[in-house]
Design a protein around this ligand. Structure first.
Ligand code: ZN
Length: 235
């Protein structure tokens, strides 16, 4: 079943396919170092969104080429790997073939030439989604929890981004598949996961609620990291 999802990851991301293991490592780093200098994409260390995305791309690239190896703590837990599909998905022929497919779809169905202006969004869907979530998810919005970082929730945009913009909730309990907490928040991806769970395709793990003590100590660790942010930013 993992291979089916892996294949769909390549097929749906198409021209902007990201190698899952490299992205997973970066995401684990993002949680561990949230909004400190070691966070691969904290908006608080870059002058603009482009700068942040270039930095993210550089780290991602270095993991793919092997120029940089991830710290052991980020590869200890399971990572899905399908090297031959990664090689295909990461290659220019694959990216260009998908781009040609998107163009062909527009040629066949677009009612006017204006619609072609949407094509760059298809070509770059991955980085665009990443830029929105990583920049605004740690910059704009409200917090339900004090996580000791700058993670925020944004409603209703969080709903439109399939739950991804409930970053504050997600950082509070990263193992909770549901990113929504309040009655006015809704995570559509969780709904999809519930359906897949109900039909036996995936198995959602039962959550062990974090105790208040544990949460406090997590917050303290993050506060220490955050202090580092301030001292680093002073220079
Ligand atoms: Zn985040």
């Amino acid at each position: 079943m993992e291979k089916v999802f892996y294949f769909l990851t390549w097929f749906t991301q198409g021209s902007s396919f990201l190698v899952p293991r490299a992205y997973a490592v970066m995401h684990r780093m993002h949680h561990e170092y949230s909004d400190t200098e070691q966070d691969p994409h904290s908006p608080h260390f870059f002058k603009d969104i482009w700068d942040m995305m270039l930095h993210t791309a550089k780290i991602y690239q270095s993991f793919i080429t092997g120029e940089r190896l991830p710290e052991k703590q980020f590869t200890r837990e399971y990572l899905p790997v399908w090297k031959s599909l990664d090689r295909i998905g990461y290659s220019w022929p694959s990216r260009l073939a998908f781009a040609a497919g998107y163009i062909a779809f527009y040629v066949a169905f677009a009612p006017s030439a204006w619609w072609y202006l949407l094509l760059p969004f298809h070509f770059l869907m991955g980085p665009i989604q990443g830029a929105i979530v990583n920049w605004f998810g740690h910059k704009l919005g409200y917090s339900n929890f004090n996580n000791g970082d700058y993670s925020r929730n944004t409603s209703p945009w969080g709903i439109l981004l399939m739950g991804e913009l409930f970053q504050n909730n997600h950082h509070h309990a990263k193992n909770n598949a549901n990113f929504a907490r309040k009655w006015f928040e809704f995570d559509p991806t969780y709904l999809v996961m519930r359906v897949l769970h109900f039909t036996g395709v995936i198995k959602l793990k039962q959550l062990t609620p974090i105790s208040i003590e544990e949460n406090k100590s997590n917050t303290q660790v993050h506060m220490q990291q955050k202090n580092k942010v301030y001292s680093a930013a002073d220079y």
